[in-house]
Design a protein around this ligand. Structure first.
Ligand code: SAH
Ligand code: SF4
Ligand code: F3S
Length: 468
């Protein structure tokens, strides 16, 4: 695979890109006498959502407005996810639909970027089987979006760029947020962990942390533009700063917590092997930091954890949970679990079931193992029957439902500070507490984006409360 030149000056690269954006704006303004519109659709995780905010920022610089309607679009941008086969199938389905649209509107630019586009086998497939895709670019050359659009418009040739680039430019790219009170703040990029089932390290490159100054300045900017919740993002936020920063994640949390204003700090994702006691102490002492930990365990069997290359044992994981509970008695936990990893036996699966009973997660994100070509797990022998995996998956869901049903009534009587997120039904609004509990209370649209104190009064499948 092609690799970018080592030495480069980020400022010069960015100003060159802004030059391309200005030229695109000139071209499209001269050619069309109406505002061109971009349709940007994001698949995958919050990191991708956050990347799309920067891609939208670049689109705006190129003179594009935005539309939610595909048929109105002059530029379609799909920011894709490769984490499971199903995610890739969805993208191919969506790209397939564009064929007819492109026939009707030949000037429409179709762009595919993100984690799928980073993989050579996918780039090849799109090149061959989807001739109407004009531009494809990977995660590490994202900042060159305007250049690609310019070159396509001027030279007409299709563009396929997914080089691995050590010098991804991040700082200084304009941000186009959706203007809500919730803000994403990426603090690091990439992943060094190489869990054996996971494609992310291959499509996102090595870990790289932004400087504390860049993160804190962006947090200030977000707060001054009305953010009430800042979600710190990274594939593994716990390893923030390792190797290239003066601050670790616990210290960074304290710095952001000390910023002025009434706001909340959330973060994801945490890797158990890097989740330190120092971090748990910082969480417990910072009043703006959520009392909720998304700590993906993946599996409860030490044998499988080892095959997954997770680098912790069930016992070490449970010790962390215990410590967190000691420091923060109100804390809630969520997790990711993979069922049906190659070679997982009934015994291994039972270990997962016993672990979830012991931890008592508030909710779980559950997945059936999906073979990702190029990862070590894709080469492991997998003789388990699909039916067995599906059966295990269903019993895991059932068990978790039971746990949630048992847990929720214990929150009745609890006083919580809710950040109101959306309107519910029957005159209710829905908010989230510091402990990540979702509570429905009576209220109006005007409360959306505000903090409201409430007492939890009832559980009927969802939690209800009253304002206090
Ligand atoms: N960096 C994060 C998130 C990675 S992707 C973390 O480490 O937790 C989100 C989740 O997708 C993972 O936690 C894992 O549970 C799931 N996942 C990743 N690769 C998968 C695969 N090949 N098959 C099934 N689930 C997978
Ligand atoms: Fe994937 Fe593991 Fe990295 Fe998470 S920590 S992104 S699961 S390799
Ligand atoms: Fe998917 Fe890439 Fe995120 S593979 S989960 S969009 S890092």
């Amino acid at each position: 695979m092609e690799t970018c030149v080592k030495e480069h000056n980020a400022e010069a690269v960015l100003s060159e890109q802004f030059g391309y954006a200005a030229r695109v704006k000139e071209i499209v303004t001269n050619k069309y006498n109406h505002q061109l519109l971009a349709y940007v659709h994001t698949f995958g995780c919050q990191q991708n959502v956050s990347d799309s905010e920067r891609l939208k920022g670049l689109s705006e610089l190129m003179g594009y407005g935005f539309t939610e309607k595909l048929e109105e679009a002059d530029l379609v941008l799909y920011n894709t996810c490769a984490v499971r086969e199903h995610a890739e199938d969805r993208v191919f389905g969506n790209v397939g639909i564009l064929k007819a649209l492109k026939k009707e509107k030949p000037d429409m630019l179709i762009c595919v970027c993100g984690c799928m586009a980073q993989q050579p086998r996918i780039a090849e497939k799109i090149k061959k089987s989807y001739p109407y895709v004009d531009i494809l670019f990977g995660t590490q050359v994202r900042y060159r979006f305007a250049e690609f659009v310019y070159k396509k418009l001027v030279f007409g040739k299709r563009i396929f760029e997914n080089a691995e680039c050590e010098h991804e430019v991040y700082e200084g790219i304009p941000l186009k947020r959706d203007g809500t009170f919730k803000a994403w703040l990426p603090i690091m990029e990439g992943c060094n962990n190489f869990c054996s089932y996971c494609i992310v390290p291959y499509v996102r490159g090595r870990e790289h942390s932004r400087t504390p100054e860049a993160v804190i300045n962006e947090a200030k900017m977000l707060l001054s533009s009305g953010a009430k919740e800042i979600m710190l993002l990274g594939q593994n936020v716990n390893s923030y700063g390792l190797g290239n920063s003066s601050m670790n994640f616990a210290e960074l949390l304290r710095e952001i917590n000390a910023l002025e204003g009434d706001f909340r700090i959330r973060f994801m994702t945490s890797h158990p092997k890097d989740c330190s006691e120092e971090l748990l102490i910082a969480m417990s002492e910072c009043e703006k930091v959520e009392k909720h930990l998304h700590l993906p365990v993946q599996c409860g069997s030490n044998r499988i954890l080892k095959l997954m290359n997770r680098r912790y044992t069930k016992e070490q994981y449970l010790k962390l949970i215990k410590k967190a509970k000691e420091l923060m008695p109100d804390i809630t936990f969520t997790s990711d679990i993979i069922v049906g990893f190659p070679g997982e036996t009934e015994e291994d699966f039972n270990e997962t079931m016993s672990l979830i009973e012991e931890v008592r997660y508030h909710s779980l994100f559950t997945f059936i193992f999906s073979k990702r070509p190029g990862t070590p797990a894709a080469e492991m022998e997998d003789n388990e029957l699909k039916e067995d995996k599906s059966r295990r998956f269903a019993s895991l869901l059932k068990k978790q439902e039971e746990i949630s049903r048992e847990m929720n009534p214990s929150f009745i009587g609890k006083r919580v500070k809710l950040l109101i997120e959306e309107q519910g039904e029957n005159g209710e609004i829905i908010g989230r507490s510091l402990e990540n509990l979702v509570v429905h209370i009576k209220g109006s649209r005007q409360d959306i984006g505000n903090f409201v104190l409430a007492e939890i009064t009832e559980f009927d499948g969802v939690l209800h409360g009253v304002k206090i």
